[in-house]
Design a protein around this ligand. Structure first.
Ligand SMILES: Nc1ncnc2c1ncn2[C@@H]1O[C@H](COP(=O)(O)OP(=O)(O)OP(=O)(O)O)[C@@H](O)[C@H]1O
Ligand SMILES: [Mg+2]
Length: 299
């Protein structure tokens, strides 16, 4: 299991803002002065209402968009464009329809390792196809696969380039509950096994509780801000089908839902005394009621 105490700023969002011109003149500030950092091997989820800027933050981390102020840094280097150091799993699977499963994954591996011979590329791609349970389907085309299988290929492709950071934008939201649960299990197992650092946007509170070490709460836009960082009180060896029996499960679930229903709207109008954008309050909800900010500060 990863040592989460190491390298607290492996990924670091430092005071980023994003503004767009308004149609009638002036600008709209989507979010302003966001700060958040992650340790290597950490799994973070972002929760916030539609339009608060979650995908924009993810695109900045991917290098597809750039902040108007501030910087995003991975492993000591400012992000300045897309890179094979970072892989994205989208809501849609975005596979190449004319290539097989193996062809889609191998294409990414070959782009990452241009000097590898074909046999090595294919063996590496197959290892990741196996990891996501698709062995036996490697010669099928995307049109022959179910939605869940296509998403699995997307996961295999992202993992196969062994990125420094895995970015996921609601990757399972279009899937049925059963498939979603299985894929959540697989992503969690693989991230833990490989020490993968992951940043995921989700609207699903239970998905965040199962997957995330920490959950970033974003207020409603425009001018969205990070209200709080929620530390997951559940043990790291949690099991998806059993988490609702954990004594702290309802404490964290209620905390997240209360934020989405109420505090995401009102936070900006009544910013707590001492609130510091650079170090948003860290909260660890627990059955014992110790939901107050722990006093520790976000890394
Ligand atoms: N190119 C653009 N020009 C103008 N406004 C934009 C542009 N791209 C995004 N926006 C605005 O920025 C805001 C944030 O968009 P973003 O897609 O990041 O939200 P989100 O939190 O991911 O929402 P959702 O949960 O619906 O996916 C939205 O209000 C959107 O209209
Ligand atoms: Mg989005």
């Amino acid at each position: 299991m990863q040592d989460l105490s190491a390298n607290p700023k492996f990924i670091s969002i430092e005071g980023i803002s994003r503004r767009y011109p308004k149609s009638g003149g002036g600008t709209t500030t989507i979010f302003e002065d966001l700060w958040f950092s992650m340790r290597k091997g950490e799994f973070a989820c972002v929760i916030g209402h539609s339009g608060c800027g979650k995908t924009t933050v993810l695109n900045i981390l991917n290098g597809l968009d750039a902040p108007d102020d501030g910087a995003a840094i991975v492993d000591g280097r400012a992000i300045e464009g897309p890179s094979l150091d970072r892989a994205v799993i989208f809501q849609g699977h975005s596979l190449l329809p004319w290539r097989t499963v193996l062809g889609n994954v191998a294409y990414a591996v070959a782009a990452r390792h241009r000097d590898w011979p074909r046999a090595k590329v294919q063996a590496h791609a197959m290892a990741f196809i196996e990891k996501v349970g698709l062995k036996g389907s490697e010669l099928k085309k995307p049109s022959e696969l179910s939605g869940g299988m296509k998403q699995r290929v997307g996961i295999a492709r992202a993992l196969s380039i062994e990125p420094k950071m895995m970015l996921m934008d609601e990757p399972f939201s279009a899937l049925d509950a059963l498939t979603r649960g299985t894929l959540q299990d697989e992503v969690r197992r693989i991230c833990l096994e490989t020490g993968q650092t992951a940043f995921m946007i989700t609207h699903d509170v239970d998905e965040a509780i199962y997957l995330a070490d920490r959950i970033v709460l974003m207020t409603n836009g425009p001018q969205a801000m990070v209200a709080e960082i929620v530390e997951n009180p559940l043990p790291r060896n949690r099991v998806r089908t059993e988490i609702h029996h954990h004594p702290d499960y309802y404490a964290i679930r209620n905390h997240l839902i209360d934020f989405l229903v109420f505090r995401s709207k009102t936070f900006k109008d009544a910013i707590p005394a001492g609130y510091d954008r650079r170090h948003p309050p860290v909260v660890r909800p627990a059955a014992s009621g110790s939901t107050a900010p722990s006093g520790s500060r976000a890394a």
